[in-house]
Design a protein around this ligand. Structure first.
Ligand code: FES
Ligand SMILES: [Fe+2]
Length: 418
């Protein structure tokens, strides 16, 4: 059983904490690139630190302290310059490295003091990739943003944020939990809506589960009753991507905002019909609602919304000393142990699992995926030929559906004959 101390370690994300230092060794997806095109500054909170993300006029991204080192004004109201972000209170200017490059009054009145050299602002690295702005808050030199194979595939991509009011680690434990899929999704969906449930998730009982580790994470494997071990559910299973995502043919990152809040950052890619090349000009983003406005209860109609209900139901900070783990929880036990081991490696000055520094090795990293040539490979569509609707998250904006439907139609998607 887990001790109260271990439980606390697993959930702390602030600077100087055991897990906070481990998580600072990895790039975190923080925002959609398109969001900064719409508005060049964004207030963010990441691993307990309040920051402002910005894009300057030269196109450089920065992630700096929310508060100016002069007299603590809010930098998210700052003025975007050619190189950097200028505080709107007295005009101090900072670049993406955190260097203070101008102090208008000090520079004119007391140039010899060179005070700006003494007043850098806290700054972290940002890198764009696959329409995502990735943040790195660890020691330099920074490793490489992982080049997962799925990020490079053809298709219509979209990014969906949800603000989940609980600790990130209980969200990630869900990524190595096979049996919840049968109950929380398949069976509960049928209870909620007997006429439909979630298509493709007909209730099937688990007969066997297994867990394994590979270079980029952990995997769970399952055999449903009536199936054999030749099935991809067993040979491939699902990927619990190190350190904080689920990969099933799209990505769901659980980004630690602070100890009691998580940003669910989903990255979807739907292969578009037709063989001609496809370029997506802009990867759109949207925020999925958590609460049903009519009832004031959590939304339960979509797969990830059902997951959110389970996670927040464990309280903002899950008390693992009160659990009773069973045979289906082997992956949970494995992940907790591996996380604490890797956190200790960092505490001892070492390099943890899945940090990539060699550009030659960081090419199209293979992620195991079931049905590689089916749902994750061939394009998907609704039976009437429209683009696939998002069954994972509620509230997909109509303009995104319209854009997808237009693309599907132009590229020849046809109703399926029954
Ligand atoms: S508080 Fe930012 S320049 Fe004075
Ligand atoms: Fe789930």
């Amino acid at each position: 059983m887990i001790s109260a101390e271990e439980n606390k370690h697993l959930m702390e994300v602030g600077p100087g904490t055991l897990m906070g230092e481990l998580m600072r060794r990895y790039w975190m997806p923080l925002a959609a690139q398109s969001e900064l095109d719409d508005n060049p500054t964004k207030t963010v909170r990441l691993m307990g630190e309040d920051l402002v993300l910005y894009k300057d006029k030269s196109g450089t991204y920065g992630l700096i302290d929310l508060h100016c080192p002069h007299r603590r004004a809010d930098m998210s109201y700052g003025i975007i310059e050619e190189c950097g972000l200028r505080c709107n209170y007295h005009g101090w200017l900072f670049d993406e490295t955190g260097t203070c490059t101008e102090q208008p009054f000090e520079g004119v009145a007391y140039p010899e003091a060179n005070f700006k050299e003494k007043t850098p602002i806290k700054a972290y690295k940002i890198e764009p990739k696959a329409g995502i702005l990735w943040a790195y808050m660890g020691p330099l030199p920074a490793p490489l943003v992982p080049d997962y194979d799925f990020l490079n595939e053809q298709g219509y991509k979209q990014i969906i944020y949800t603000d989940v009011p609980c600790n990130w680690f209980q969200c990630q434990e869900n990524s190595i939990d096979p049996v919840h899929v049968e109950w929380l999704h398949s069976r509960w969906s049928k209870v909620l809506d007997p006429s439909s449930g979630v298509p493709g998730l007909e209730p099937k009982a688990h007969a066997k589960v297994g867990f394994s580790e590979f270079d980029w994470g952990l995997q769970y494997h399952r055999v449903f009753e009536g199936d054999t071990e030749d099935n991809e559910q067993w040979t491939i299973g699902r990927v619990c991507l190190w350190p904080n995502a689920l990969f099933t043919g799209f990505f769901e990152w659980r980004v630690p905002v602070d100890d009691e809040n998580t940003l669910s950052f989903a990255w979807f890619n739907n292969r578009v019909p037709g063989d001609e090349p496809f370029e997506q000009e802009r990867i759109p983003f949207w925020r999925s609602p958590l609460v049903d406005e009519k009832t004031g209860r959590w939304i339960n109609t979509h797969i990830m919304n059902q997951d959110f209900i389970a996670w927040v139901g464990q309280n903002a900070l899950a008390d693992r000393t009160q659990e009773h783990l069973g045979g289906s929880d082997g992956g949970i036990i494995m992940m907790r142990r591996r996380m604490l081991e890797e956190a200790q490696i960092v505490a001892d000055g070492g390099e943890p699992k899945a940090v990539i520094r060699d550009p030659e090795k960081n090419k199209n990293l293979y992620l195991p995926r079931q049905n590689r040539n089916g749902r994750g490979g061939a394009f998907a569509q609704e039976p009437d030929g429209r683009a696939p609707r998002n069954r994972h998250l509620s509230g997909q904006p109509q303009e995104i559906l319209d854009e997808m439907d237009k693309i599907w139609k132009e590229r020849g998607a046809k109703p399926v004959k029954s």
